[in-house]
Every structure is written in structure tokens, then in C-alpha cells.
Design a protein around this ligand. Structure first.
Ligand code: ZN
Ligand code: ZN
Length: 133
């Protein structure tokens, strides 16, 4: 089992099932919401995900033409994004307490990556969003 928390520790969650893939998204919205070169997101089945503390502190923001984004009301950490329709959860990997054992295997939205960041690894790169995602 993996656990994770926001920066202030008020919101906690657990994942009891496997991580399917970890991707790095370089789109401008992920860069803005994380304040970083890219968002590193672990994808898993929503059935295996559960908040264990602080769920009442979750704030949300829905950008134009995008999915709702959630964050901690106290510390602002980005929180897992859930997709009820696809039964999927996308967990910002930096929130995890443990090494998930899985490594990032792909970069997506590379066409909009930050000009000041060069991708050094040999992971698969997609210019946009993979069609078979
Ligand atoms: Zn917090
Ligand atoms: Zn993105």
C-alpha cells in the first residue's frame, strides 16, 4: 500500500492497488498548477484510492476546457485528480510517502514543454496527448 499527503499534512490518502503508469505532462496548465517544469502523475484504478484524512479541506478550480483541479485549502498542494467515468485517479507523485517502485515511462504534451527544460532521459515522448490514452 502507498500513502501520501499534502504539504501541511492535513489531507492524507492511500492507494491499495497497483500504479498502471507514471507520466510527465509538459502542458502549460500542468506547469502552472505545479509551478514546475512538468507534472509527474501516477495513474491507478479509482477503486483502489481513498482519502483517509482532511477530505473537507479540498478546494477545486476548473480551468476553461479542462478537468477540475483540486488542491489543499491550507497549503495549496495539488491533489489527486479523480475521473469517475473512466474509474481512474491521477496522483501527483511528489505527494507519496514511499517509493512507488514504478518509474516515469513517458513524457506527454512535449510540444508545449518549457523552453528552459531539456528532457534528458530516454523515456517515450509524445508531442501531444497519446491517442490511445
Ligand atoms: Zn495541506
Ligand atoms: Zn498537463
Amino acid at each position: 500500500m502507498l500513502t501520501g499527503a499534502c504539504l501541511c499534512g492535513a489531507i492524507r490518502f492511500k492507494l491499495t492497488g497497483p500504479i498502471e503508469v507514471i507520466n510527465c505532462c509538459h502542458c502549460s496548465r500542468c506547469r502552472q498548477r505545479t509551478g514546475s517544469a512538468f507534472a509527474t502523475i501516477a495513474h491507478a484504478n479509482l477503486d483502489h484510492f481513498e482519502y483517509t484524512a482532511g477530505e473537507d479541506l479540498i478546494e477545486s478550480f476548473t480551468p476553461d476546457d479542462w478537468n477540475v483541479r483540486r488542491f489543499c485549502r491550507i497549503c495549496g498542494s495539488p491533489l489527486p485528480g479523480t475521473n469517475e467515468e473512466d474509474k481512474e485517479v491521477g496522483i501527483p507523485v511528489g505527494l507519496l510517502d514511499q517509493d512507488p517502485g514504478v518509474r516515469p515511462s513517458l513524457h506527454i504534451m512535449v510540444e508545449s514543454k518549457a523552453p528552459w527544460y531539456d528532457i534528458a532521459g530516454d523515456e517515450t515522448q509524445y508531442e501531444t496527448f497519446p491517442e490511445d490514452w
